[in-house]
Design a protein around this ligand. Structure first.
Ligand SMILES: *Cc1c(COP(=O)(O)O)cnc(C)c1O
Length: 324
């Protein structure tokens, strides 16, 4: 079982829970059936779900006497950006390892913030996922360097979302289902550890090959959840793969923006809402129960995928809400 290390406070908790009555109505729900947990408002470095995991993974790095955090991800990784911010906040250096070459990636979105936050970027060249992780491990082997796992999703990182699950339970006593985007798995695993598998719906973003395996593997190392049952994971919003765009996600982003002024991103939170819409259509989420959409952040990523932004807005100002 996991031993608890030090938790470094990086943000102000709890994050707010907000009603979304106009979005609820547009989805065919009662106005108070739907709430949004604003984990995009975690403050540090532009905010997002990775802050909760970093409180624990940075704590572990400091416990080991590290002076430099190393992590890997895509050039538009929210996790990499927030690792750079957490390093700045705690007086550490950050090295971010990305695939490809500097000229391939547009200087936009998270990549601009990484530079602003003072991170050093290592371009790993033509590598697959395993090659990327291997490059990061080599960089992190230097003295005083600590590797923060891909997406922050180690059992230690997932503890942040176990706490978030308890926070949510305190805020919403009649919670039925929390809907969350699933990337590297730590967010869903932590929530399931706190709330049980029946209360969490993960919407896969296509970031890992076998999300079920990844979440189950993390759960093996975490305190066992109350209540049994199968993990609830939808894989129907992946489309052509991670960071590709689907019409369902564009419609979901447009609907959230125009009913609630709520900005979602095309890779994660847009997929989470599109998955919620699909779950309503097939009856796995039902009206009259309290459903929570976890807004996990990702706004800088939206500006790193400008075509997605244009696509979501393509129907022009003042258009009627799309039929879903
Ligand atoms: C990383 C990320 C997720 C997915 O979280 P995991 O713990 O990696 O599954 C969801 N939303 C946003 C905005 C993210 O950056």
């Amino acid at each position: 079982m996991l031993t608890l290390g030090t938790r470094v406070p990086l943000a102000t908790w709890p994050t707010p829970v907000e009603p979304a009555p106009r979005l609820a109505r547009a989805l065919g729900l009662q106005p108070d059936d739907l709430l949004v947990k604003r984990d995009d408002l975690t403050g540090l470095g532009g905010g997002g779900n990775k802050v909760r995991k970093l409180e624990w993974t940075v704590g572990a790095a400091l416990d080991r006497g590290a002076h430099t955090l190393v992590t890997a991800g895509a050039p538009q990784s929210n996790h990499a950006r927030l690792t750079a911010a957490a390093a700045a906040r705690t007086g550490l250096a950050a090295v971010l390892v990305f695939p490809g070459y500097p000229d391939d990636a547009p200087a936009a979105g998270n990549l601009v913030l990484d530079a602003l936050l003072g991170a050093r970027i290592v371009w790993a060249g033509d590598v697959d996922h395993d090659g990327l992780i291997a490059t990061a491990a080599t960089v992190a082997a230097a003295p005083g360097h600590a590797l923060v796992p891909f997406g922050g999703s180690s059992p230690t990182g997932a503890l942040g979302y176990r706490e978030a699950g308890f926070e949510l339970r305190d805020q919403i006593s009649d919670l039925d289902t929390v809907v969350v985007a699933l990337g590297s798995g730590g967010t869903m695993a932590g929530l399931v550890s706190a709330l049980g598998p029946a209360s969490v719906l993960g919407v896969d973003s296509g970031a890992v090959d076998d999300p079920h395996d990844v979440v189950a593997g993390l759960l093996d190392e975490l305190p066992a959840p109350a209540g049994g049952g199968e993990l609830r994971i939808r894989r129907d919003q992946v489309g052509d793969g991670y960071a590709t765009q689907t019409d369902a996600v564009a419609r979901a982003m447009l609907l959230a923006a125009r009913t609630e002024g709520l900005v979602l991103d095309p890779v994660y939170t847009g997929r989470a809402l599109a998955g919620l819409v699909a779950a309503l259509a097939d009856g796995t989420i039902r009206p009259g129960r309290r459903t929570v959409l976890l807004h996990s952040g990702g706004l800088p990523g939206l500006f790193g995928h400008p075509r997605a932004l244009v696509r979501a807005a393509a129907s022009g100002p003042g258009c009627p809400a799309p039929t879903l």
